[in-house]
Design a protein around this ligand. Structure first.
Ligand code: FES
Ligand code: FES
Length: 227
């Protein structure tokens, strides 16, 4: 047998012994299988739940929820207040905007149980078809929507924006926290920038808000090509 034959035989032997070793490793021993069969299977712990009480549109609502439930889902799924919309579900579109203790928030980014005792206002709390809130009436008057999906969030945000500016609350968008805000078209536009409208009804939305805010000349300036 020459050197080359020796080498081939050696390689074959090596492959055989490798396969045998791999098979042995893959098959558990009798003792190991018994241990696996007898081992207690860890049970999935039930999701934690908690009871929380909200005041929603002036009504006390007590809810027992999975602690992971967002405020948006609690409103829509548990309280059936489906006026608040779910767009991105990650804080990017503003469709889920509601007002909590006077401040607007993205309800998709907040857990319901964090709002125990809080005052929550949704679009259902603003007006009725027969008696619209002034902001709702202005949106209708100025055609501030097309499909309407973003509209509840736009209206909640718009109402809160006017209150923010009147209260002198600085805009975190501009970054200048020392300048008292002025009620202006630019200020309103900037503060509404977190509410996306895929239909692009922005100019009509701005007309509605500026009318309610009493900012003169927004519509006229645009018609003259100045805004
Ligand atoms: Fe909350 Fe888009 S659904 S920001
Ligand atoms: Fe359709 Fe705004 S009206 S997304």
């Amino acid at each position: 047998m020459d050197d080359l034959s020796d080498m081939k035989l050696s390689r074959r032997d090596l492959l055989k012994s490798g396969a045998a070793a791999a098979t042995a490793a893959a098959i558990p021993t009798a003792a190991g299988a018994q241990a696996l069969a007898g081992a207690p299977v860890p049970a999935n712990p039930p999701p934690a739940s908690a009871t929380t009480t909200l005041r929603v549109n002036g009504q006390r609502r007590e809810l027992t929820l999975d602690t992971r439930t967002t405020l948006l889902d609690a409103l829509r799924e548990n309280l059936k207040l489906t006026g608040t919309k779910k767009g991105c579900d990650q804080g990017q579109c503003g469709a889920c905007t509601v007002i909590v203790n006077g401040r607007r928030i993205n309800s998709c980014l907040s857990l319901a149980i964090m709002h125990d005792g809080d005052e929550v206002t949704t679009i259902e709390g603003f007006g009725t078809p027969g008696k619209l809130h002034p902001m709702q009436a202005a949106f209708v008057k100025h055609d501030g929507y097309q499909c309407g999906y973003c509209t509840p969030g736009q209206i909640c945000s718009a109402v809160a924006v006017i209150e923010e500016i009147r209260a002198g609350i600085p805009s975190h968008v501009s970054g200048d926290l020392n300048v008292k805000p002025l009620m202006s078209v630019d200020e309103i536009r900037e503060r509404m920038s977190g509410n996306i409208c895929r239909c692009g009804a922005y100019s009509n939305i701005l007309d509605a808000i500026t009318e309610v805010a009493g900012v003169p000349g927004a519509l006229a300036a645009r018609q003259e090509g100045k805004a």
